[in-house]
Design a protein around this ligand. Structure first.
Ligand code: NAD
Ligand code: TYD
Length: 333
């Protein structure tokens, strides 16, 4: 199995999950180690004889052609993934999410691959009003940020390679994930670590934007089901059945860390901020028997405990390159 972007948040959780569940699988992790990639995320498996790390770009033709030769399954997590960064500068998003995915598809086209699974997002469907029904596999694409537009382009390419070249593809469009190893620029990682550092948490706008939160291990299990039992050419929507406003998430984190609401700082809103995402996951439930296992309370508790127990991990990140970005983004706002 070739896992791309396996040194990031979801990819590293997935590599660990696969090595544990399928001890006879050999996993190659191809990752460019951008600011978001961190080999510390996989320290506990780096000596596993069935695991190999390759540093490189999914857009590198020669490297990818070489790597796919003996591969049965590709799972493509590699991406630029942060909406705020895509607003500041979207070039890397086009390079990795569009050109990189195209390069992987080209390399996979003629190698007799069993499955090309592309990990995508619910953000390709745009956003919802408070009364709209949740997104499902038939919802028309309507991305609104450079990030979601680049992910939408990649999804279309994946479907084109299924229809045109019979490449055995599947796509999962998942809602927001949270859990261990999430980079501390996303809502959970940033807010928990800020509070552990005694800093305030920056809530954008009125904090009433809604996301459908899924614990990361449940997402890994959904991808496992899709790559092994999902039908090629199909898309599966994956969600948490857990719609929460940002302010609800913030208050839960404050409660778990025993902090007061004076730690909330309302800041200028994100431009084009999507109001609500929600996912109808009845197809994957019906066809593959998947549904989220982890309750909101359990997932939030596990997540906060993980950041408390892994202070070295996030302190290292927050003191490095990340700072330069964060200062830049704060100044812009
Ligand atoms: P992440 O930013 O934590 O990790 C991305 C990884 O990709 C990093 O390790 C990075 O080094 C690597 N990468 C970036 N450019 C690369 C390139 N050109 N070649 C090789 N590797 C490269 O992202 P994440 O949150 O783990 O998301 C993983 C995937 O899941 C993405 O495709 C994202 O769009 C999708 N997704 C994420 C969420 C979420 O809530 N985080 C929800 C739904 C879908
Ligand atoms: P994020 O984790 O960036 O995911 P996405 O934008 O892909 O959904 O943000 C989740 C929500 O939290 C989103 O509505 C923006 C909001 N948010 C804040 O209010 N403050 C912050 O500092 C961050 C990073 C996010």
């Amino acid at each position: 199995m070739l896992v791309t972007g396996g040194a990031g948040f979801i990819g590293s959780n997935f590599v660990r999950y696969i090595l544990k569940k399928y001890p006879d699988y050999q996993v190659i992790n191809l990752d460019l180690l951008t600011y978001a990639g961190n080999l510390e995320n996989l320290k506990d498996v780096e000596k596993n004889l069935n695991y190999k790390f390759v540093k490189g770009d999914i857009a590198d033709k020669n490297l990818v052609n070489e790597l796919v030769k003996d591969i049965d399954i590709i799972v493509n997590f590699a991406a630029e993934s942060h909406v705020d960064r895509s607003i500041l500068d979207s070039a890397a998003f086009i390079h990795t999410n569009v050109i990189g995915t195209h390069n992987l598809l080209e390399a996979a086209k003629n190698n007799g691959l069993k499955r090309f699974h592309h990990v995508s997002t619910d953000e390709v469907y745009g956003h919802l009003g408070p009364k709209n029904p949740p997104f499902n596999e038939k919802t028309p694409y309507a991305p609104r940020s450079p990030y979601s537009a680049s992910k939408a382009a990649a999804d279309h390419l994946v479907n084109a390679y299924f229809n045109t070249y019979n490449l055995p593809t599947t796509i999962s469009n998942c809602s927001n994930n949270y859990g261990p190893y999430q980079f501390p620029e996303k809502l959970h990682g940033l807010f928990i670590t800020n509070l552990l550092e005694g800093k305030k948490v920056p809530v954008y706008g009125d904090g009433m934007q809604i996301r459908d939160w899924l614990f990361v291990e449940d997402h890994c299990e959904a991808i496992d089901r899709i790559i092994h039992d999902g039908k090629t050419g199909e898309t599966y929507c994956v969600g948490g059945d857990c719609e929460k406003s940002n302010i609800e998430i913030t208050k839960k984190i404050l409660e778990l860390l025993e902090k007061g609401e004076e730690m909330i700082e309302y800041v200028k809103d994100r431009p084009g901020h999507d109001r609500r995402y929600a996912i109808d996951f009845s197809k994957i439930k019906r066809e593959l028997g998947w549904q989220p296992r982890t309750s909101f309370d359990e997932g939030m508790k596990k997540t906060v405990e993980w950041y408390k127990a892994n202070e070295n991990w996030w302190r290292e990140i927050k003191s490095g390159e990340y700072l330069k970005y964060y200062e830049k983004q704060y100044i812009k706002r």
